[in-house]
Write a protein that binds this ligand. Structure first.
Ligand SMILES: Cc1ncc(COP(=O)(O)O)c(C=O)c1O
Length: 395
């Protein structure tokens, strides 16, 4: 039979996604997965059984658009307690991962040609979605304390002077992906102040906040504002697992109403039941277990970098999250070498992949979440050996 021809039927903004099947190097520092050994599988199974026995018959109904109310209550309690946010369950919409929340907000706020600001290196998934909706993504200069307020101010002014409309700033202020730093309180306040002065809202992506294994929490940007200027997204991917596909957004009513129109129905109630029941009894204990394991892996990565890279590179020392950010001398081409390194057994993502402007060929993100500490140490030794063999250390 001849195949039906779709040519001429596709939407103008429907890109062809040719995502290769997930490829994993022998030592895989590219992907940002959690450790499968720390997933709370027994706890989730028990929680699911309890919740289904109690209210499984409700699965006969379609879920409400904002998602399972008890999970929204639980999230609101957590945000009040841990992030000092003045929110209730009504301010929250559950989403299929925080990726969907970000996507809904992008769609609700962006016309083609609008400018969306991000940190100078930014989570790939967000950048992809922004571009899909026709936004121009512009990175703002950062240092180890976060976004540089003067650079933010200048960028907004320059874009405005060029006739562009800056729709929002997207920031990952805690354990930034990929840079790893946490923005200081002072920088959070100044970011808000600069954006406020220009009428620009802030979308705060706090998905890594619970993965702190050292140092002190810095309060949310959201808590520093009472005007509705800050939109907030969070995720269950990092405290339970990406496979549960559960996240949430917090936004003022006018934004929520528009964002929700880009969502087809409520979230998966089956998953929401299990997650709410599990977290109600186990959340902080589980997070502590997870962070103990992550800390050992981070230490293994830092020690191995010290041993095998020594003075030939610099790297971040994150207090939480899943990433170390590697800086090789200017001129080193980690972008061009990425595929070869993968083939020789070590996967990483180079800086250009995270940069709206395509900068950072000498930089790389190394994730320590998924492999064991022993594998992390072996993999870093192997990466150094691969760099040595291929002349990467000599520039
Ligand atoms: C900064 C950031 N935001 C959002 C996401 C999306 O996560 P999810 O959709 O699984 O909640 C990720 C995934 O790695 C991320 O790194």
């Amino acid at each position: 039979m001849t195949q039906f021809n779709y040519d001429g039927l596709f939407a103008d903004n429907a890109p062809v996604t040719t995502r290769a099947a997930n490829r994993h190097a022998r030592y895989d520092f590219a992907v940002a997965y959690p450790d499968p050994d720390t997933l709370p599988l027994d706890g989730l199974a028990d929680a699911l059984r309890v919740a289904l026995e109690r209210e499984g018959r409700d699965l006969a109904y379609y879920p409400v658009a904002a998602g399972y109310p008890p999970l929204r209550e639980l999230v609101a309690d957590k945000l009040r307690r841990d992030r000092q946010m003045d929110v209730s369950a009504d301010d929250i919409v559950l989403t299929s991962g925080s990726g969907e929340a970000i996507n809904m907000l992008i769609q609700a706020l962006t016309n083609p040609g609008d400018v969306l600001l991000t940190e100078e290196y930014v989570y790939l998934g967000t950048m992809r979605q922004m571009r899909l909706w026709g936004a121009e993504v512009v990175g703002v200069k950062c240092d180890g304390d976060g976004i540089i307020p003067e650079a933010l101010d200048e960028t907004i002014q320059a874009q405005t002077a060029a006739g562009k409309r800056v729709k929002f700033l997207y920031t990952i202020p805690t354990f930034q992906n990929p840079l790893g730093w946490t923005m200081t309180l002072e920088r959070r306040q100044r970011t808000l102040e600069v954006c406020g002065r220009h009428g620009v809202p802030v979308l705060e992506d706090d998905c890594y906040v619970d993965l702190r294994f050292e140092g002190e929490d810095v309060t949310s940007i959201h808590s520093q504002d009472d005007s509705g200027q800050v939109l907030y997204v969070g995720s269950m991917s990092k405290i339970i697992a990406p496979g549960v596909r559960m996240g949430y957004l917090v936004a003022p009513e006018a934004v929520r109403q528009r964002a929700v129109s880009f969502k087809s129905g409520g979230v998966n109630q089956f998953a929401a039941l299990a997650i709410a029941e599990y977290l109600r009894n186990n959340m902080y204990e589980h997070i502590d277990d997870e962070n103990r394991a992550l800390r050992v892996k981070r230490d293994a990565m830092l020690a191995a970098l010290g041993e095998h890279f020594g003075s030939r590179a610099q790297w971040s020392r994150p207090e939480g999250g899943l990433y170390v950010w590697l800086t090789m001398p200017e001129g080193t081409d980690l972008a061009g070498f990425q595929e070869q390194s993968f083939r020789e057994g070590v996967g990483y993502y180079n800086g250009t992949m995270f940069s709206p402007e395509g900068n950072g060929a000498n930089l790389a993100r190394l994730c320590f979440g998924h492999p064991t500490a022993e594998t992390v140490a072996e993999g870093i030794a192997e990466l150094a050996a691969i760099f040595e063999r291929n002349g990467i250390f000599s520039g």
